[in-house]
Ligand binder design. Structure first.
Ligand code: HEC
Ligand code: HEC
Ligand code: HEC
Ligand code: HEC
Ligand code: HEC
Ligand code: HEC
Ligand code: HEC
Length: 352
């Protein structure tokens, strides 16, 4: 590109011919700087797990964070934002759907200070989001900030000393993310090749949202079995990109996931769940990590008590212990499971 481009930028704002990653510097003007050494003016930024979650540093720029297994697809964000937000023009930059670079502050210098927000809500682009709108101010004690460092004594964000300061320092990410991910907007994902599931965090939606859990929880501290919590989207997700599918964080509740979640179908989802919920090992049921007999067949709140039909009815041929069922058949945003076998037959449960 020669000569001046729109908005008086020094390079094309965003190359709309690039509808998938991996991204290169020339695809987006922000990447001339928000990129690793070797670029025009490299700016170091770490992922959310490191800056707010006490994880060891992994990726060192926004571009390298996005160039991982999953990422917020910039073309889809651009496409969705065009026509959806009045200020967003055809040649606007998809990064600006979530940021206003003229207002953004340097939150990483003090993750415990939400007035240093970097975000602007897409429907409220001309101010910062999260400076006063915090998980504490909106949800009070229903938001339990997860542990941060492996000492399991401090909290997110940035090793806050206690739960009160942690929730007051965490921006309301639910309000932020549901500006786009809600029950009315339809979002198409090129990477996934389909429309995304709606996200309903209201008290008629997910249990990880405002809907209370039922029965009891099989959960680890700082959460208690009595429940009634509301989680932040960024308890589980990264905002830009992640080494796991679906923007799932590599570090949750004070520790690393015990492995990568490489595909959508599988039992590796358990690596995420077991950062907060009790698997067979941590419940004391058996010595097997990331096995889930206890919560489904044994705990007081189990959905599948006996008398059960032939194990293979659900587990398929072969021993159930080596044939776990894909977790995502039953656990995803909005999921409700109809229980058709065993002591709870005829009931249904919200399973996320
Ligand atoms: C010419 C280089 C350059 C370009 C191009 C650029 N930035 Fe930045 N950006 C910076 C620098 C330098 C900082 C401050 C870094 C620091 O001091 O820690 C910054 C800071 C930020 C911050 C504040 C967060 C933080 O902690 O660093 C955000 C958000 C941001 N930029 C977004 C963008 C977006 C979105 C674009 C593209 C529309 C963009 N930037 C383009 C150089 C650039
Ligand atoms: C879907 C929304 C979204 C999009 C799109 C997005 N960001 Fe972000 N960005 C966030 C959130 C959320 C944070 C972390 C919030 C916080 O600091 O509390 C963040 C943080 C940042 C930071 C500060 C990181 C640090 O050091 O803590 C920079 C810089 C940044 N983004 C730049 C960009 C650039 C450049 C793009 C486009 C390539 C982009 N963002 C696209 C949501 C987004
Ligand atoms: C400006 C609108 C917008 C905002 C705000 C936004 N998203 Fe998205 N999100 C999208 C679009 C468009 C897609 C589809 C593209 C894609 O799949 O990457 C998407 C996809 C996703 C996906 C699926 C990613 C994949 O392809 O594997 C997840 C997970 C997600 N968003 C989480 C979040 C979280 C968490 C937040 C808050 C930090 C957030 N989003 C904020 C627009 C948005
Ligand atoms: C307890 C962890 C957790 C929390 C909290 C969480 N998510 Fe997710 N999210 C997941 C998992 C696991 C998946 C992949 C399974 C699924 O839902 O399809 C996912 C998938 C998604 C997807 C892709 C859905 C699709 O079409 O398959 C979007 C979009 C998303 N999350 C957005 C959000 C938003 C927005 C919030 C906050 C309001 C949020 N998530 C909170 C764990 C979480
Ligand atoms: C960051 C911590 C965290 C992670 C990670 C997490 N959960 Fe949860 N989960 C909770 C909390 C806290 C509750 C209780 C919510 C409430 O009180 O309403 C809960 C509730 C649930 C419930 C409802 C239980 C009941 O008795 O009603 C199910 C089902 C569930 N989670 C499944 C999962 C699955 C599956 C995963 C992994 C894909 C997962 N969770 C990952 C914290 C987490
Ligand atoms: C109604 C369906 C259903 C039936 C019938 C059933 N299970 Fe399960 N079982 C589940 C679900 C759901 C899980 C959780 C996903 C998983 O781990 O496979 C599970 C988990 C398990 C696990 C843990 C597997 C792992 O590694 O995570 C074992 C072991 C198990 N079941 C044994 C049995 C045995 C033995 C029988 C027959 C007496 C049986 N199940 C019958 C639904 C069923
Ligand atoms: C056939 C459906 C099904 C499959 C497959 C399944 N689950 Fe579940 N799971 C459920 C139901 C139903 C509940 C009970 C929700 C409730 O308590 O109301 C549950 C509960 C849970 C809970 C919450 C326990 C608590 O704290 O109360 C976790 C964690 C969990 N499952 C993890 C997994 C993992 C990991 C896998 C994959 C290895 C898996 N599930 C596979 C149906 C399923």
């Amino acid at each position: 590109m020669t000569g001046a481009v729109h908005f008086a930028l020094f390079a094309a704002n965003f190359n709309t011919a690039i509808n998938q990653g991996p991204y290169a510097e020339a695809h987006n003007v922000c990447f001339y700087c928000h990129n690793d050494a070797g670029t025009v003016q490299p700016v170091t930024n770490n992922d959310y797990s490191a800056v707010f979650g006490c994880a060891p540093v992994d990726t060192t720029s926004i571009m390298s964070t996005m160039n991982q297994l999953s990422y917020h697809n910039l073309y889809d964000i651009w496409n969705f934002s065009t026509g959806r937000f009045s200020w967003f023009k055809n040649d606007s930059n998809p990064c600006d759907s979530c940021h206003n670079p003229h207002l953004a502050k340097r939150n990483w210098t003090n993750p415990k200070d939400p007035t240093l927000s970097v975000m602007s809500k897409p429907t409220d682009h001309f101010k910062l989001w999260g400076t006063t709108e915090t998980m504490g101010s909106v949800y009070n004690t229903r938001y339990e900030p997860p542990y941060c460092s492996p000492s399991l004594t401090d909290r997110e964000p940035g090793a806050s000393p206690d739960a009160v300061s942690g929730r007051d320092a965490t921006p309301d990410y639910v309000g932020f993310c549901t500006d786009c991910h809600n029950t009315t907007d339809t979002i198409y994902s090129t990477s996934l090749g389909r429309n995304l599931l709606p996200i309903d965090w209201s008290n008629s939606g997910d249990k990880h949202g405002l809907l209370p859990m039922d029965g009891g929880l099989d959960i680890k501290p700082p959460f208690a079995a009595t429940g009634d919590y509301v989680l932040s989207c960024l308890n589980c997700h990264e905002p830009h990109g992640a080494s796991n599918v679906m923007l799932i964080r590599r570090w949750v509740n004070g520790g690393a996931l015990s492995g990568t979640i490489p595909v959508y179908q599988g039992n590796e989802w358990g690596y995420l769940c077991r950062r907060c919920h009790l698997d067979d090992l941590e419940s004391g049921y058996s010595s097997t990590a990331n096995a889930w007999y206890y919560v489904h067949h044994s705990s007081a709140d189990r959905p599948y008590p006996g008398p059960l039909p032939n194990c293979s009815t659900c587990h398929g041929p072969g021993p159930p212990s080596t044939n776990p069922i894909d977790c995502d058949q039953c656990h995803y945003h909005g999921a409700v499971v109809d229980i058709i076998y065993g002591g709870n037959a005829g009931t249904s449960r919200r399973s996320f």
